[in-house]
Ligand binder design. Sequence first.
Ligand code: ATP
Length: 509
Amino acid sequence: MSTPTAQPENLMEAIVSLAKRRGFVFPSSEIYGGLNGFFDYGPMGVELKKNIRDCWWNDMVRRRDDVVGIETSIIMHPKVWQASGHVDGFTDPLVDCKASKQRFRADQLFFSPVVIDGEVKGYVSALESEDTVGALQTAAEAFKRKKALQGALAPVVAKDMTEAAPEEIAQIPSPATGEPGSLTPPRAFNMMFETNVGAMRDASSVSYLRPETAQGMFVDFKNVVDTGRVKLPFGIAQTGKSFRNEITPRNFIFRSREFEQMEVQFFIHEDDDWAKWHRYWIDWCIDWLRSIGLPDTHLSEYDHLKEKLAFYSKGTTDIMFKFPFGVQELWGIAARGNYDLTQHEKASGVPQAIFDEASKKKFIPHVIEPSVGLDRIFLAVLTAAYAEEPVTDEKGNTEIRTVLRLSPRIAPVKVAVFPLLKNKEALVERAKALHKKLQRRYAVFYDEVGNIGKRYRRQDEIGTPYCVTIDFDTIEKEGDTFTLRERDSMAQRRVTEAELFALLDETVY
Ligand code: ATP
């Protein structure tokens, strides 16, 4: 018997611990102390990640007639990044703490004056969190107590360091030391990783690890048009690694320095209704997230403010996800006009306009860009799937089972096969035969160690949706049926091999 899904108070801690324990995610180079912002995916993680990527690729590219896929190189001509604006503008505002040598993103470091009876008595600071204002208020109260100040404390007014006046900066305490005087004014920090191509290490050989996959689609636009038999509207998609030297990588794999993106540039006629296509892609992305098991309760939309958009941008909407550390961007859907192709035409001298047969017009197409991080989806699915719930067996014993309620579409193992007993040859033989047959199509796990209950628990923890047990009825009774146990309901029923394959065929796609 199972009670409704329960999540522990410290969900992030539980997820990080499970990820390590069951081989989903490890810190990179762990035996050397790890490297901040880099992660490795273990045997379970690599399957889960591949399944998410494959689902996206199948739904986005193979099952659509208007999107084609490509794979472009990670290191591209440095002029690509000049034309795209990344060399000059791909920056985050950085604040140094001279005392601790720590660095902070200015837009994540908040401060407030401490105002008592209408007079500024000092400043407090806090790093962005789910309750930044609460943290500042607590700090302001502590400030008042520590300095034994009398009078009425005004509510704090949170601003980030990009909004700090020069005279305020000297008075804002560093979050590292708690003391004022060590923070520098914000400066632009370019997040691209530099490298050198070829044997010479000078300015002429500088290149970059790509900070996004998107530019590959723009730079190859003409190649695809000339060879791909595409006509407007159509998309070019790719998945692959991107690199950003984030100032403060954090929240596990949410913000890392090496991550994987899944991006599409969907090109439309210059006269087409961009808002209609923008909406179309927002809806498509939300539906797709649902199809891999993310619940509506965790999803929302955020429209970027018009005045904060780049001059060429017509609109950007982020699909937000309720992570344990707050509601954060999961997927950005941007209407970018024809800015990128125009920039590359100017910088390369190679015309990017195409002739549209239907309208008999020649123009540079406009683009809608849905862009998502694979690692972020990975974290989102773990967040939504993780549960710890009390279960009571037939003898009345209650224990907590940890279960990942992953969609069968993305679960790392689709089905586990157990012989009831490992010392009964007939059971083992039948189980191994089934295992082999299933393996041709699915990721399957064979387990004969420990009692059945323990084996179920091991599979629950990695999110295996189905377990089948070969028992005495299988080999002694007619019909060759097995016990099928479903992860979520824990209900058991007898099925034939054909029924098992039909179930997998329907739920794993
Ligand atoms: P953020 O504001 O979170 O830094 P962004 O707006 O710069 O993100 P985009 O440049 O639009 O992000 O990148 C598209 C997608 O790539 C994001 O929606 C996110 O899913 C993913 N992404 C971006 N940066 C990272 C990162 N450092 N680690 C993991 N995923 C990332």
